[in-house]
Design a protein around this ligand. Sequence first.
Ligand SMILES: Cc1cc2nc3c(=O)[nH]c(=O)nc-3n(C[C@H](O)[C@H](O)[C@H](O)COP(=O)(O)OP(=O)(O)OC[C@H]3O[C@@H](n4cnc5c(N)ncnc54)[C@H](O)[C@@H]3O)c2cc1C
Length: 410
Amino acid sequence: MPAPKIAIIGAGPGGLTLARLLQKHDIACTIYEAEISREVRNQGGTLDLHPRAGQRALKEAGLIEKFRKYSRPEGMCTKLIKYDGSVLWDENEMGNSRPDEFADRPEIDRIRLRDILLDSIPPNSIKWNQKLSRVEADPRSKDHYNLHFADGTMETGFDLVVGADGAWSKVRALLTPEKPFYSGISALELRALDVDEKNPWLSKYIGNGSCFMFDEGRALLCQRNGNGSIRAYASVRQPENWLEDCGIDFTADNAREILVERYFADCAPEIKRVMLESRDELIPRKMWMLPVGVTWESCPGVTLIGDAAHLMTPFAGVGVNVAMTDALELAKALIEKKHSWVAKAFSDGKNIALALKQYEKSMFERGKQNSQKTADNMVLHFSKDGGEERAGKLRGHYEMEKAEADKVGK
Ligand SMILES: Cc1cc2nc3c(=O)[nH]c(=O)nc-3n(C[C@H](O)[C@H](O)[C@H](O)COP(=O)(O)OP(=O)(O)OC[C@H]3O[C@@H](n4cnc5c(N)ncnc54)[C@H](O)[C@@H]3O)c2cc1C
């Protein structure tokens, strides 16, 4: 019996981690990616990988040393400010002060993570410029699936199709009618490059990691990225068509000035300065999410991982960690079946169906818990006392840890 034919749709962190893990165990698979090449897109900001999630997946994938080489532990620092400029919490001056739950969560630029993963799989196992338009059960054999691509081409006869194709997954429709909905938050992603050289004030003000201002209906979320750049998300709670209807031309030079004047006028001068001086890029974004706790009836031969399964807003910073944990758990379930049956039986659809059921049980729970946490954080980030509340939590953890350390004489 031939080996199973496996397609992974999407070369994001979820799809690439899955491919690497399967290939490490001699299970062949092909990734179909919509982008035309690995160089094509701005891959976005920085991600913190958690020890029991993203880092665990990289460890199993044999890539943890590479991660350690490129990650930035100093990026774990959090600074919280209020709209009036008062500083509520600042870890930049406190050394390694993070409580256990948050310790060892170094940051890595998304592009760097993607490169580590891409370099770990044979180049011929990824097909670029293959934008999936739909998946269908093969009309001649209901245990197999066919892929239809936007360019009109088709690939047939897959035993397993994994949708790792993010927010707007084309695989999802085969499993559930749920679609992403607008979360109520829109943001302008602003960038400042080479800040150490070009804007030392901004560099010092943001610090080594993240700098957040939470307030009623608005937030400023800033993060230091690699190569001395800073990314700031000036975010507002507004209706779905705000970006189109607010009357600001986001391509114009004065877009930042108008935004600040309209929505952040009463903020401290330094908060306004962050937005006004981050001038190297401006990308308007709407934040989308799936309902908390999406599930489906398991379907033999098709499943989802990462954002395709449980898209959440970025307000808990867990999306990539959940995606990589999904990849790890799905790979484990498939590898377990490979080892527990003779190799020739592995392509038996029943084994794959059992592996998917096992994976989905834990994934549904993980997706639900993290989506709920993210939805709760979104409320907190856009509330008047959100900053104080977060600072209080961090202070509480810090004091508890310090007391523990003092007890054991560390
Ligand atoms: C502004 C912002 C900030 C974020 N910050 C954080 C953070 O700090 N920490 C964190 O943990 N998470 C963060 N996230 C969330 C995180 O980016 C996602 O959860 C994570 O990237 C999900 O990985 P994925 O592999 O499931 O999907 P994606 O990263 O979306 O990858 C999907 C891939 O599929 C491809 N694709 C899409 N459609 C098709 C198609 N039809 N055919 C073929 N290929 C297709 C895409 O090109 C892409 O390469 C943030 C998200 C946003 C929007």
